[in-house]
Design a protein around this ligand. Structure first.
Ligand code: COA
Length: 367
Protein backbone atom coordinates (compact mmCIF):
# COMPACT_ATOMS: atom_id res chain seq x y z
CA UNK A 1 0.00 0.00 0.00
CA UNK A 2 1.24 3.52 -0.85
CA UNK A 3 2.54 5.60 2.04
CA UNK A 4 2.32 8.82 0.01
CA UNK A 5 0.24 11.68 1.40
CA UNK A 6 -3.28 11.67 -0.07
CA UNK A 7 -4.41 14.76 -1.91
CA UNK A 8 -6.75 15.91 -4.68
CA UNK A 9 -5.86 15.10 -8.29
CA UNK A 10 -7.22 16.88 -11.37
CA UNK A 11 -8.67 14.10 -13.53
CA UNK A 12 -10.90 16.10 -15.89
CA UNK A 13 -10.72 19.48 -17.62
CA UNK A 14 -13.50 21.22 -19.51
CA UNK A 15 -14.19 24.62 -21.05
CA UNK A 16 -16.90 26.63 -22.69
CA UNK A 17 -16.35 29.80 -24.69
CA UNK A 18 -19.29 31.61 -26.28
CA UNK A 19 -18.86 31.71 -30.06
CA UNK A 20 -19.01 35.48 -30.58
CA UNK A 21 -15.54 37.07 -30.87
CA UNK A 22 -15.09 40.79 -30.12
CA UNK A 23 -11.93 42.40 -31.45
CA UNK A 24 -10.34 45.42 -29.78
CA UNK A 25 -11.75 47.53 -32.58
CA UNK A 26 -15.26 46.14 -31.90
CA UNK A 27 -14.94 47.17 -28.24
CA UNK A 28 -13.63 50.60 -29.16
CA UNK A 29 -16.43 51.23 -31.63
CA UNK A 30 -19.22 49.93 -29.35
CA UNK A 31 -18.33 52.31 -26.49
CA UNK A 32 -16.94 55.08 -28.70
CA UNK A 33 -13.85 54.73 -26.50
CA UNK A 34 -10.77 56.89 -26.66
CA UNK A 35 -8.43 53.93 -27.17
CA UNK A 36 -6.71 51.97 -29.94
CA UNK A 37 -6.03 48.36 -30.81
CA UNK A 38 -2.34 49.14 -30.49
CA UNK A 39 -2.75 50.55 -26.94
CA UNK A 40 -4.79 47.57 -25.77
CA UNK A 41 -2.39 45.00 -27.25
CA UNK A 42 0.76 46.64 -25.97
CA UNK A 43 -0.56 47.55 -22.46
CA UNK A 44 -2.56 44.37 -21.75
CA UNK A 45 -1.61 41.68 -24.30
CA UNK A 46 -5.27 41.30 -25.29
CA UNK A 47 -6.31 41.14 -28.96
CA UNK A 48 -9.84 39.73 -28.67
CA UNK A 49 -12.30 38.23 -26.22
CA UNK A 50 -15.55 36.26 -26.30
CA UNK A 51 -18.95 37.67 -25.48
CA UNK A 52 -22.02 35.67 -24.56
CA UNK A 53 -25.28 36.73 -26.15
CA UNK A 54 -28.20 38.08 -24.14
CA UNK A 55 -29.86 34.68 -23.84
CA UNK A 56 -26.79 32.97 -22.38
CA UNK A 57 -26.09 33.14 -18.64
CA UNK A 58 -23.10 32.31 -16.47
CA UNK A 59 -24.97 29.13 -15.49
CA UNK A 60 -25.27 28.09 -19.15
CA UNK A 61 -21.51 28.46 -19.60
CA UNK A 62 -20.88 26.61 -16.31
CA UNK A 63 -23.09 23.67 -17.29
CA UNK A 64 -21.27 23.25 -20.60
CA UNK A 65 -17.80 23.46 -19.01
CA UNK A 66 -18.83 21.13 -16.17
CA UNK A 67 -20.23 18.59 -18.60
CA UNK A 68 -17.02 18.72 -20.66
CA UNK A 69 -14.90 18.18 -17.52
CA UNK A 70 -17.00 15.17 -16.51
CA UNK A 71 -16.61 13.73 -20.01
CA UNK A 72 -12.86 14.35 -19.88
CA UNK A 73 -12.65 12.46 -16.56
CA UNK A 74 -15.26 9.88 -17.53
CA UNK A 75 -16.73 10.35 -14.06
CA UNK A 76 -19.56 12.23 -12.38
CA UNK A 77 -19.17 14.83 -9.65
CA UNK A 78 -20.44 14.43 -6.09
CA UNK A 79 -20.14 18.15 -5.21
CA UNK A 80 -20.37 21.25 -7.41
CA UNK A 81 -18.65 24.52 -6.60
CA UNK A 82 -19.14 27.49 -8.92
CA UNK A 83 -16.67 30.35 -8.52
CA UNK A 84 -18.17 33.46 -10.07
CA UNK A 85 -18.58 37.22 -9.80
CA UNK A 86 -21.56 37.14 -12.14
CA UNK A 87 -24.09 34.65 -10.71
CA UNK A 88 -27.29 34.08 -12.68
CA UNK A 89 -29.24 35.77 -9.88
CA UNK A 90 -28.30 37.45 -6.61
CA UNK A 91 -30.29 34.75 -4.84
CA UNK A 92 -30.10 31.75 -4.88
CA UNK A 93 -26.59 30.57 -5.77
CA UNK A 94 -25.94 29.41 -9.34
CA UNK A 95 -24.29 26.07 -8.43
CA UNK A 96 -27.40 24.11 -7.30
CA UNK A 97 -29.11 24.73 -10.63
CA UNK A 98 -25.89 23.84 -12.48
CA UNK A 99 -25.72 20.53 -10.57
CA UNK A 100 -29.39 19.89 -11.33
CA UNK A 101 -28.90 20.58 -15.04
CA UNK A 102 -25.88 18.28 -15.07
CA UNK A 103 -28.25 15.55 -13.87
CA UNK A 104 -26.41 15.17 -10.58
CA UNK A 105 -29.51 15.06 -8.40
CA UNK A 106 -29.27 16.27 -4.82
CA UNK A 107 -25.51 16.54 -4.34
CA UNK A 108 -24.20 19.58 -2.40
CA UNK A 109 -23.62 22.66 -4.53
CA UNK A 110 -22.60 26.20 -3.66
CA UNK A 111 -21.08 29.37 -5.11
CA UNK A 112 -17.82 30.94 -4.05
CA UNK A 113 -17.21 34.68 -4.41
CA UNK A 114 -13.53 35.58 -4.59
CA UNK A 115 -13.65 37.50 -7.89
CA UNK A 116 -10.60 36.66 -10.06
CA UNK A 117 -9.11 34.40 -7.35
CA UNK A 118 -12.32 32.35 -7.26
CA UNK A 119 -11.01 29.34 -9.14
CA UNK A 120 -7.89 28.95 -6.96
CA UNK A 121 -9.99 29.49 -3.84
CA UNK A 122 -12.37 26.83 -5.18
CA UNK A 123 -9.58 24.30 -5.73
CA UNK A 124 -8.29 25.02 -2.22
CA UNK A 125 -11.71 24.46 -0.63
CA UNK A 126 -12.43 21.37 -2.74
CA UNK A 127 -9.03 19.85 -1.91
CA UNK A 128 -9.67 20.35 1.81
CA UNK A 129 -13.16 18.82 1.56
CA UNK A 130 -11.81 15.88 -0.40
CA UNK A 131 -8.96 15.26 2.03
CA UNK A 132 -11.38 15.17 4.96
CA UNK A 133 -13.65 12.69 3.17
CA UNK A 134 -16.59 15.08 2.75
CA UNK A 135 -16.60 14.41 -1.01
CA UNK A 136 -14.67 12.28 -3.51
CA UNK A 137 -15.29 13.94 -6.89
CA UNK A 138 -15.69 17.71 -6.46
CA UNK A 139 -16.33 19.67 -9.66
CA UNK A 140 -14.81 23.16 -9.49
CA UNK A 141 -16.14 25.53 -12.14
CA UNK A 142 -14.96 29.09 -12.80
CA UNK A 143 -17.66 30.77 -14.89
CA UNK A 144 -18.20 34.39 -15.79
CA UNK A 145 -20.36 36.64 -17.91
CA UNK A 146 -18.50 39.88 -17.29
CA UNK A 147 -20.29 41.48 -20.22
CA UNK A 148 -23.29 41.66 -17.85
CA UNK A 149 -21.44 43.89 -15.32
CA UNK A 150 -18.84 45.79 -17.37
CA UNK A 151 -19.71 49.28 -18.54
CA UNK A 152 -19.09 49.42 -22.32
CA UNK A 153 -18.33 53.14 -21.92
CA UNK A 154 -15.57 52.58 -19.33
CA UNK A 155 -12.27 52.14 -21.15
CA UNK A 156 -10.50 50.97 -17.97
CA UNK A 157 -12.52 47.76 -17.87
CA UNK A 158 -14.31 47.38 -21.22
CA UNK A 159 -11.08 46.58 -23.05
CA UNK A 160 -10.00 43.91 -20.58
CA UNK A 161 -12.80 41.52 -19.69
CA UNK A 162 -14.34 38.59 -21.57
CA UNK A 163 -16.89 35.81 -20.96
CA UNK A 164 -16.24 32.08 -20.58
CA UNK A 165 -16.06 29.11 -18.24
CA UNK A 166 -13.54 26.45 -17.27
CA UNK A 167 -13.91 23.46 -14.97
CA UNK A 168 -11.89 20.70 -13.35
CA UNK A 169 -13.03 17.46 -11.78
CA UNK A 170 -10.94 16.26 -8.83
CA UNK A 171 -10.50 12.78 -7.36
CA UNK A 172 -8.45 11.42 -4.46
CA UNK A 173 -4.84 10.47 -5.27
CA UNK A 174 -1.22 10.92 -4.20
CA UNK A 175 1.15 13.86 -4.57
CA UNK A 176 3.53 12.30 -7.07
CA UNK A 177 0.96 11.62 -9.82
CA UNK A 178 -0.01 13.91 -12.72
CA UNK A 179 -2.70 16.38 -11.70
CA UNK A 180 -1.93 16.16 -7.96
CA UNK A 181 -2.28 19.29 -5.82
CA UNK A 182 0.97 19.57 -3.85
CA UNK A 183 0.41 22.78 -1.87
CA UNK A 184 -1.74 25.88 -1.57
CA UNK A 185 -1.29 29.43 -0.30
CA UNK A 186 -4.11 31.95 -0.09
CA UNK A 187 -4.95 35.27 1.49
CA UNK A 188 -7.21 38.30 1.53
CA UNK A 189 -7.04 41.96 2.53
CA UNK A 190 -10.36 43.74 2.89
CA UNK A 191 -8.58 47.07 3.34
CA UNK A 192 -8.51 47.17 -0.46
CA UNK A 193 -12.15 46.22 -0.97
CA UNK A 194 -12.98 49.48 -2.78
CA UNK A 195 -10.32 49.00 -5.46
CA UNK A 196 -12.40 46.47 -7.41
CA UNK A 197 -16.12 46.75 -6.77
CA UNK A 198 -19.72 47.07 -7.89
CA UNK A 199 -21.01 49.65 -5.43
CA UNK A 200 -24.73 49.08 -5.73
CA UNK A 201 -26.85 45.95 -5.67
CA UNK A 202 -25.87 44.67 -2.25
CA UNK A 203 -27.26 45.35 1.22
CA UNK A 204 -25.23 48.54 1.56
CA UNK A 205 -26.77 50.23 -1.46
CA UNK A 206 -29.83 48.74 -3.07
CA UNK A 207 -30.01 48.81 -6.85
CA UNK A 208 -33.66 49.86 -6.73
CA UNK A 209 -32.54 53.34 -5.71
CA UNK A 210 -33.81 55.88 -8.22
CA UNK A 211 -30.62 57.87 -7.89
CA UNK A 212 -28.42 55.04 -9.02
CA UNK A 213 -25.72 56.38 -11.30
CA UNK A 214 -23.70 54.55 -13.91
CA UNK A 215 -20.64 54.68 -11.67
CA UNK A 216 -22.41 52.63 -8.95
CA UNK A 217 -24.21 50.18 -11.18
CA UNK A 218 -21.23 48.77 -13.04
CA UNK A 219 -18.02 46.95 -12.15
CA UNK A 220 -15.24 49.47 -11.44
CA UNK A 221 -11.52 48.91 -10.98
CA UNK A 222 -8.79 51.34 -9.99
CA UNK A 223 -6.46 49.81 -12.53
CA UNK A 224 -3.13 51.43 -11.73
CA UNK A 225 -3.37 50.75 -7.99
CA UNK A 226 -4.65 47.22 -8.51
CA UNK A 227 -1.72 46.56 -10.84
CA UNK A 228 0.81 47.09 -8.03
CA UNK A 229 -1.11 44.95 -5.54
CA UNK A 230 -1.52 42.18 -8.13
CA UNK A 231 2.21 41.96 -8.84
CA UNK A 232 3.19 42.04 -5.16
CA UNK A 233 0.59 39.55 -3.93
CA UNK A 234 0.96 36.99 -6.72
CA UNK A 235 4.75 37.08 -6.40
CA UNK A 236 4.67 36.62 -2.61
CA UNK A 237 2.01 33.90 -2.75
CA UNK A 238 3.91 32.02 -5.49
CA UNK A 239 7.15 32.11 -3.50
CA UNK A 240 5.26 31.02 -0.35
CA UNK A 241 3.73 27.95 -1.97
CA UNK A 242 7.01 26.98 -3.66
CA UNK A 243 8.74 27.25 -0.29
CA UNK A 244 6.01 25.16 1.31
CA UNK A 245 6.47 22.27 -1.15
CA UNK A 246 10.27 22.67 -1.41
CA UNK A 247 10.44 23.44 -5.15
CA UNK A 248 13.08 25.87 -6.39
CA UNK A 249 11.51 28.38 -8.86
CA UNK A 250 13.97 27.19 -11.51
CA UNK A 251 12.46 23.69 -11.39
CA UNK A 252 8.94 24.88 -12.28
CA UNK A 253 8.15 23.81 -15.84
CA UNK A 254 4.70 25.38 -16.20
CA UNK A 255 3.52 28.73 -14.87
CA UNK A 256 -0.02 29.99 -15.37
CA UNK A 257 -1.10 33.21 -13.69
CA UNK A 258 -4.53 34.81 -13.64
CA UNK A 259 -4.93 36.37 -17.11
CA UNK A 260 -5.40 39.94 -15.91
CA UNK A 261 -2.78 41.68 -18.00
CA UNK A 262 0.23 40.19 -19.82
CA UNK A 263 2.53 42.80 -18.28
CA UNK A 264 1.44 41.78 -14.77
CA UNK A 265 2.02 38.11 -15.60
CA UNK A 266 5.51 38.80 -16.98
CA UNK A 267 6.38 40.88 -13.95
CA UNK A 268 5.31 38.16 -11.53
CA UNK A 269 7.09 35.42 -13.47
CA UNK A 270 10.29 37.53 -13.66
CA UNK A 271 10.24 38.21 -9.93
CA UNK A 272 9.53 34.58 -9.00
CA UNK A 273 12.23 33.39 -11.39
CA UNK A 274 10.27 31.45 -14.02
CA UNK A 275 11.93 31.34 -17.45
CA UNK A 276 9.82 32.72 -20.35
CA UNK A 277 9.67 29.28 -22.04
CA UNK A 278 7.75 27.89 -19.04
CA UNK A 279 5.02 30.57 -19.06
CA UNK A 280 1.65 29.67 -20.57
CA UNK A 281 -1.65 31.40 -21.18
CA UNK A 282 -4.19 32.56 -23.73
CA UNK A 283 -4.95 36.12 -22.64
CA UNK A 284 -4.44 37.35 -26.22
CA UNK A 285 -7.49 35.40 -27.41
CA UNK A 286 -9.87 35.46 -24.43
CA UNK A 287 -8.91 38.51 -22.34
CA UNK A 288 -9.47 38.55 -18.60
CA UNK A 289 -12.21 36.02 -17.82
CA UNK A 290 -11.88 36.42 -14.03
CA UNK A 291 -12.65 33.13 -12.22
CA UNK A 292 -12.59 31.24 -15.55
CA UNK A 293 -9.17 32.44 -16.62
CA UNK A 294 -6.91 29.80 -15.07
CA UNK A 295 -8.87 26.71 -16.17
CA UNK A 296 -9.27 28.24 -19.65
CA UNK A 297 -5.50 28.79 -19.88
CA UNK A 298 -4.79 25.30 -18.51
CA UNK A 299 -7.13 23.68 -21.03
CA UNK A 300 -5.63 25.66 -23.91
CA UNK A 301 -2.12 24.60 -22.86
CA UNK A 302 -3.18 20.96 -22.44
CA UNK A 303 -4.99 20.89 -25.78
CA UNK A 304 -1.76 21.84 -27.52
CA UNK A 305 0.26 19.30 -25.47
CA UNK A 306 2.63 22.02 -24.38
CA UNK A 307 3.48 20.54 -20.97
CA UNK A 308 4.49 16.99 -20.06
CA UNK A 309 2.04 15.40 -17.56
CA UNK A 310 3.61 15.30 -14.10
CA UNK A 311 5.68 18.49 -14.62
CA UNK A 312 6.00 20.86 -11.68
CA UNK A 313 3.36 23.54 -12.17
CA UNK A 314 2.62 26.85 -10.47
CA UNK A 315 -0.74 28.64 -10.66
CA UNK A 316 -1.38 32.04 -9.12
CA UNK A 317 -4.26 34.51 -9.05
CA UNK A 318 -5.27 37.89 -7.71
CA UNK A 319 -8.63 39.60 -7.60
CA UNK A 320 -11.16 41.81 -5.91
CA UNK A 321 -11.57 41.56 -2.17
CA UNK A 322 -8.64 41.88 -2.30
CA UNK A 323 -7.96 38.14 -2.65
CA UNK A 324 -5.05 36.11 -3.94
CA UNK A 325 -3.61 32.61 -3.98
CA UNK A 326 -1.10 30.20 -5.49
CA UNK A 327 -1.18 26.47 -6.02
CA UNK A 328 1.68 24.05 -6.69
CA UNK A 329 0.64 20.94 -8.59
CA UNK A 330 1.79 18.29 -11.05
CA UNK A 331 0.61 19.02 -14.60
CA UNK A 332 -2.47 16.82 -15.25
CA UNK A 333 -2.70 14.12 -17.90
CA UNK A 334 -6.40 14.84 -18.55
CA UNK A 335 -7.39 15.58 -22.13
CA UNK A 336 -9.65 18.66 -22.05
CA UNK A 337 -13.18 18.63 -23.35
CA UNK A 338 -14.93 21.69 -24.76
CA UNK A 339 -18.63 22.38 -25.22
CA UNK A 340 -20.63 25.21 -26.66
CA UNK A 341 -22.95 27.03 -24.29
CA UNK A 342 -26.18 25.15 -23.81
CA UNK A 343 -29.23 27.41 -23.74
CA UNK A 344 -31.39 26.66 -20.74
CA UNK A 345 -34.51 26.30 -22.82
CA UNK A 346 -33.11 23.43 -24.89
CA UNK A 347 -31.48 21.57 -22.01
CA UNK A 348 -32.92 18.07 -21.85
CA UNK A 349 -30.62 16.59 -19.23
CA UNK A 350 -32.44 13.92 -17.26
CA UNK A 351 -33.03 14.77 -13.62
CA UNK A 352 -33.14 14.41 -10.69
CA UNK A 353 -31.28 11.08 -10.74
CA UNK A 354 -28.65 10.91 -8.04
CA UNK A 355 -25.59 9.72 -9.95
CA UNK A 356 -23.17 9.60 -7.06
CA UNK A 357 -22.89 5.83 -7.32
CA UNK A 358 -23.68 5.50 -11.01
CA UNK A 359 -21.13 4.71 -13.66
CA UNK A 360 -20.22 7.55 -15.98
CA UNK A 361 -22.20 7.62 -19.23
CA UNK A 362 -21.70 10.21 -21.95
CA UNK A 363 -24.40 12.84 -21.95
CA UNK A 364 -26.95 12.58 -24.75
CA UNK A 365 -27.86 16.25 -24.48
CA UNK A 366 -27.48 18.22 -27.66
CA UNK A 367 -26.74 21.91 -27.59
N1 COA B 1 -6.85 53.20 -23.87
C1 COA B 1 -5.99 54.21 -24.07
N2 COA B 1 -5.37 54.84 -23.06
C2 COA B 1 -5.64 54.44 -21.82
C3 COA B 1 -6.55 53.40 -21.54
C4 COA B 1 -7.16 52.76 -22.63
N3 COA B 1 -8.03 51.74 -22.48
N4 COA B 1 -6.61 53.22 -20.19
C5 COA B 1 -5.79 54.13 -19.66
N5 COA B 1 -5.21 54.86 -20.63
C6 COA B 1 -4.24 55.95 -20.49
C7 COA B 1 -4.34 56.69 -19.18
O1 COA B 1 -5.25 57.73 -19.24
C8 COA B 1 -2.92 57.17 -18.99
O2 COA B 1 -2.72 58.31 -19.77
P1 COA B 1 -1.75 59.50 -19.22
O3 COA B 1 -0.40 58.88 -19.11
O4 COA B 1 -1.87 60.53 -20.29
O5 COA B 1 -2.33 59.89 -17.91
C9 COA B 1 -2.07 56.07 -19.60
O6 COA B 1 -2.94 55.35 -20.49
C10 COA B 1 -1.54 55.09 -18.58
O7 COA B 1 -2.59 54.79 -17.65
P2 COA B 1 -2.48 53.65 -16.59
O8 COA B 1 -3.74 53.60 -15.77
O9 COA B 1 -1.17 53.78 -15.88
O10 COA B 1 -2.44 52.40 -17.57
P3 COA B 1 -1.90 50.98 -17.25
O11 COA B 1 -0.71 50.70 -18.02
O12 COA B 1 -1.88 50.73 -15.76
O13 COA B 1 -3.06 50.07 -17.86
C11 COA B 1 -4.88 48.76 -17.00
C12 COA B 1 -4.38 50.15 -17.37
C13 COA B 1 -6.29 48.86 -16.44
C14 COA B 1 -4.87 47.92 -18.27
C15 COA B 1 -3.91 48.17 -15.96
O14 COA B 1 -3.74 49.09 -14.91
C16 COA B 1 -4.31 46.86 -15.38
O15 COA B 1 -4.28 45.86 -16.04
N6 COA B 1 -4.63 46.86 -14.05
C17 COA B 1 -4.80 45.69 -13.24
C18 COA B 1 -5.80 44.70 -13.70
C19 COA B 1 -5.84 43.58 -12.71
O16 COA B 1 -4.84 43.06 -12.29
N7 COA B 1 -6.98 43.17 -12.26
C20 COA B 1 -6.98 42.12 -11.26
C21 COA B 1 -8.27 41.63 -11.00
S1 COA B 1 -9.26 41.50 -12.41
Amino acid sequence: MSTEIPTAVICGLGTCLPPRVLSNEDVRRRGVLDTTDEWIRSRTGIARRRQADNGTSTGDLAVAAGRAAEASARAHADLVLVATTTPDRRCPATAPEVAHRLGLGTIPAFDLAAVCSGFLYGITVATALLRTGVCARPLVIGAEKYSSIVDPLDRDTAVIFGDGAGAVLLRPGVRSEPGAIAGVDWGADGAGSDLIAITAGGSRQSDTSRRLCREDRYFRMQGREVYGHAVRRMTASSLAVLGQVGWQPGTVEAFIGHQANQRILDSVADRVGIAPRHRYGNIRDVGNTAAASIPLAMADTATHNRVRPGSRTLLTAFGGGLTWGAIALRWPSAVPGARDPEPRTTDTTPHPTHRRKQQWKPSTTTS
